[in-house]
Ligand binder design. Structure first.
Ligand SMILES: Nc1ncnc2c1ncn2[C@@H]1O[C@H](COP(=O)(O)OP(=O)(O)O)[C@@H](O)[C@H]1O
Ligand SMILES: [Mg+2]
Length: 467
């Protein structure tokens, strides 16, 4: 079998989920193709053709999603990994919801309105509390664009102010915790709890919540597998709400997420196995490896690469080396038995378009400004940008960029800025900006209000870069 020609799909200003180091051992050259934003479609397509690429690997940020659906159509013989259909959920919370509706996956009851009058009417007759989210825009800010509203007045005041569009309203689910599960080939490879601080509803670990890797329940892993299969995802992350009622529901799912480098290595190994038709070795990733790896300090975990595991082999007397059993579901298992229950499967591309934009891109068909029934300006304020470089785990910026970004924030003086640079490395600062802005409140004098300003500044900084 001839090996397919691989290429990495990169976008300017968007840091890379994968690079060559994740595909160690691939015997042929891996190309890279970079999208430069602003009308770069034609040139990009030409370059992919010229380089004779068969498989383009990489995550597409929300702001480029629709453009890449067009690009993919013009490159029918190129396989995108993950496919544009798999990445449908990356674009917006609305898309996550529509995906869940289609596959009958449990989510909190959700209402989406493009018609503001209908939306407001709903707000007036529904019961509270409810959760309001901005559907499209930077996500994974650990709840910075997620609001709990306790009454109709609060809900209406919020939409009058924020002008989030569409109106996206969800039942409030009292939760024990939410659980992030990462999967490769539909097999869970990492999972952890995020618990809210005492008395709080938001599971934002940077605000005093906690995180741990122990004993993620079976119904959570089973749901995550089902979601990954529905999305036909080569790799996947799923946030599952673990309700106080014991029920599980999906909060978020995507192919773009923060992952330790060793997890990206595993994805690379898995893809090389799949794309080589089995010629290259499939990684063996034992179930619950995360319970043990999670004991390692994260600063060290971040540097660990190419972690491999051997398979369990029975010893001479038929016993297993490790005779420890694990309680899971209603029973006790050896880990290798669970590995059989959760196989790492080969994901084959589908041969049809599941979410064509003509049908599913509601956002561009029903933009805010086209609704005449309400005289409101287009979304302008920093809290609610119309576009943002969403879901991309990282963005390329240097120390000078960060300095400039911080200097423009009123209330953030040079002393505080200096403390930020003392407390965090550049990478950590970017990671905090993307995934964990509350971490800045570790610095004396940086309170919630200032954190929000930092988030807004970061959002508009990214917009400036890509527009
Ligand atoms: N319907 C809900 N009921 C209760 N809490 C919720 C609900 N939706 C979200 N949350 C809380 O808000 C957090 C952020 O919501 P999420 O949808 O993940 O948005 P983000 O993109 O900001 O991460 C979740 O981790 C969870 O703690
Ligand atoms: Mg989230």
């Amino acid at each position: 079998m001839r090996l397919p020609k691989l290429g990495f799909l990169y976008l300017d200003y968007v840091l890379r989920f994968f690079d060559h180091s994740n595909f160690k051992g691939w015997p042929e050259k891996i190309e890279t193709v970079t999208y430069h934003w602003k009308n770069d479609k034609k040139r990009f397509i030409k370059e992919v053709k010229k380089k004779k690429i068969d498989v383009l690997i990489g995550n597409i940020p929300a702001t480029a999603y629709e453009t890449f659906r067009e690009i993919a159509r013009e490159l029918p013989h190129v396989r995108f990994i993950p496919s544009l259909d798999t990445q449908f959920s990356n674009k917006s919370k609305e898309n996550v919801t529509r995906f869940a509706w289609k596959y009958n996956l449990p989510i909190p009851q959700t209402h989406i309105f493009y018609d503001r009058e209908k939306g407001y009417k709903f707000l007036r007759q529904t019961d509270y509390p409810k959760i309001v989210k901005r559907s499209y825009g930077p996500s994974n800010y650990g709840g910075y664009f997620v609001h709990k509203v306790d009454s109709v007045d609060e809900a209406i005041a919020l939409f009058d102010e924020k002008k989030y569009h569409p109106i996206y309203v969800q039942d409030f689910i009292p939760m024990e915790a939410d659980i992030r599960v990462m999967l490769i080939g539909h097999k869970p490879v990492c999972a952890f709890w995020r618990r809210p601080p005492e008395g709080d509803w938001l599971t934002n670990t940077s605000q005093g919540g906690s995180m741990d890797y122990q004993d993620v329940p079976k119904n959570v892993l089973d749901l995550a597998v089902k979601v990954s299969k529905s999305a036909n995802a080569e790799y996947w992350a799923c946030d599952v709400a673990y309700g106080k009622d014991g029920n599980v529901r999906i909060l978020e799912c995507a192919t773009a997420f923060a992952a330790f480098p060793y997890i990206r290595d595993w994805i690379g190994q898995y893809l090389m196995w799949s794309l080589s038709g089995g010629k290259m070795k499939k990684p063996h990733l034992p179930m619950f490896n995360w319970e043990e790896l999670g004991k390692i300090d994260s600063s060290l975990l971040r540097t660990m690469r190419h972690i491999t595991f051997g398979k369990y082999t029975p010893s001479y007397d038929g016993a297993y080396f490790d005779d420890k059993k694990k309680s899971y579901g209603d029973s006790q298992y050896y880990i290798h038995e669970l590995d059989e229950q959760y196989p790492m499967l080969d994901v084959a591309p589908r041969d049809y378009e599941e979410w064509p934009s003509e049908k599913w891109n509601f956002q561009d068909r029903f933009p805010f400004k086209s609704i005449k029934s309400m005289e409101v300006e287009n979304i302008q304020n920093l809290d609610a940008p119309t576009s943002g470089d969403e879901a991309s785990p990282e963005i390329i910026i240097d120390q000078q960029d960060l300095q400039t970004l911080f200097e423009d924030i009123s209330g953030l003086g040079s002393k505080k800025i200096q403390k930020i640079f003392e407390e965090f490395s550049e990478d950590e600062i970017v990671e905090n900006l993307e995934f964990n802005p509350g971490a800045f409140s570790k610095i004396k004098g940086i309170k919630e209000k200032l954190v929000k300003k930092i988030v807004s500044a970061w959002v508009s900084f990214k917009e400036d870069r890509v527009n």
